[in-house]
Design a protein around this ligand. Structure first.
Ligand code: FE2
Length: 213
């Protein structure tokens, strides 16, 4: 797919609602360098995007069999800034599927657009990433309905898994302060107290050699 590439980034979904949202995000980023205050400032604009209908094409709203996450989970890049410090993507999780337990390594806002999910939030108790060891504690289980959202703020609020609980796929919208699909982050096995490098990729855009870590 050929995005609408300009100096202001790659728009894979070039809809007015997305343009307006990214403009609001960039204005907020320019005014607020602190991630905790930035995500608070972005809440109204993100809520508006989740409430808006008709801007997400069907091709970004369906499961993807060759998923980097497994379980038929689709991760579709919608927008990426030119410096790759900001991405907007959809995550489509089929009914009954669960993501790996994973981290994000950047501030973010994650909201539900369609369907229902349960999010399981983990806190790191002891980690040695070089040795592949991570002891996690499950600290919260939160149901999420359409229009609801939460924030990611590493290192404390960054590790979770998500399961679709609705009979149809869930679609969540993610705004991240990095190139989440292409960077190397981590997937965890809490029962084995194990952690491994993980790159989810995007279902619609290759990462390319320069991003392979
Ligand atoms: Fe996530």
């Amino acid at each position: 797919m050929t995005p609408n590439v300009a100096a202001d980034g790659e728009y894979y979904v070039d809809a007015p609602a997305v343009r307006a949202f990214i403009a609001a995000v960039e204005a907020a980023r320019a005014a607020e360098p602190d991630p905790a205050r930035l995500v608070e400032r972005l809440r109204p604009a993100f809520s508006r995007l989740l409430q808006a209908d008709g801007w997400l094409p069907d091709e970004f709203a369906r499961p993807y069999e060759a998923s980097g996450m497994g379980g038929g989970i689709g991760q579709y890049l919608l927008y990426r800034s030119a410096d790759r410090s900001l991405t907007l993507f959809s995550l489509v999780i089929p009914a009954g599927s669960t993501t790996p337990v994973h981290d994000h390594l950047a501030w973010g806002l994650v909201g539900l657009y369609r369907g229902e999910q349960i999010e399981r939030v983990y806190s790191p108790i002891a980690t040695d990433y070089d040795a592949g060891l991570a002891k996690l504690e499950l600290i919260d289980e939160r149901p999420l309905r359409a229009g609801e959202f939460y924030t990611l703020l590493p290192p404390t609020d960054d590790i979770h898994s998500v399961t679709t609980t609705s009979s149809e796929p869930s679609i969540s919208i993610h705004l991240l302060g990095n190139d989440a699909g292409c960077i190397v982050r981590h997937r965890f096995d809490p029962d084995a107290e194990a952690v491994a490098p993980f790159r989810s990729g995007y279902s619609n855009v290759p990462c390319g050699e320069e991003a392979a870590g």
